[in-house]
Design a protein around this ligand. Sequence first.
Ligand code: FE2
Length: 256
Amino acid sequence: MNNRSYVTVLISTVFVAFCWETACQEKSSKTPLAKGYPYELPQLGYRYASLEPYIDVKTMETHYTKHHQKYVDELNAVLKGKPRVAKIPLEKLLSDPLKIPRALRTKILNNAGGHYNHSFFWLCMTPCSSRKPTPVVEALLTKHFSDFDSFKTAFSTAAKSVFGSGYAWLVLQKDGSCAIITTANQDTPFSRGMIPLLCLDVWEHAYYLKFHNRRPDYIDQWWNVVNWDHVEQCYTDAQGSQRPPKNFERNSSAVA
Ligand SMILES: [Fe+2]
């Protein structure tokens, strides 16, 4: 390698390191979020482009500013003038739908679920993923799924199998065990008495701009941006409790 090539490689390496460091610092720049109704989009802990090349910038921007925003707007619209329902924390609405008047139930559940699921999904990703579970999470996955690779395969298979729109989840069950489940549309694990630890959005709007109809390719790439620290935080917060993870409460605008 001549001197010119060496300098070019060196500059490129420094630039990539600088970008990675900058992206990883973004996650600590979260600002406090508004609480309760009226709901707002939560702050992302990273820029739209920070998950490139695995999740493209256009998908992130559209997903966040159009799709997630629509759930927030429609939830606020249906709760307007309904102070008794509006003051109920989001996860309580999702856990106990009978608290919602029958005439409003479907519309509120769809949009509250859409707001919760997306808020949680953003937290499940980071531009500085370790690409492998933390020791605590690895031990958990080994206990319930044999090992990390077996879990990863089972989770990917579940995500690929969702018919139409929905999510794949790693959840904590009432008996303290972990399970992989899928939900349709904007249903949440709360309706089954489960606490979410990790989720993957497999609606087409989450991947179509980059991957078109190739959902399996999107799922394979998504593993590169999983936020394993978030999974551990959710697990730590949720152990022995049926309350939602504190992590969500700290970072979402959805909790009163
Ligand atoms: Fe989505």
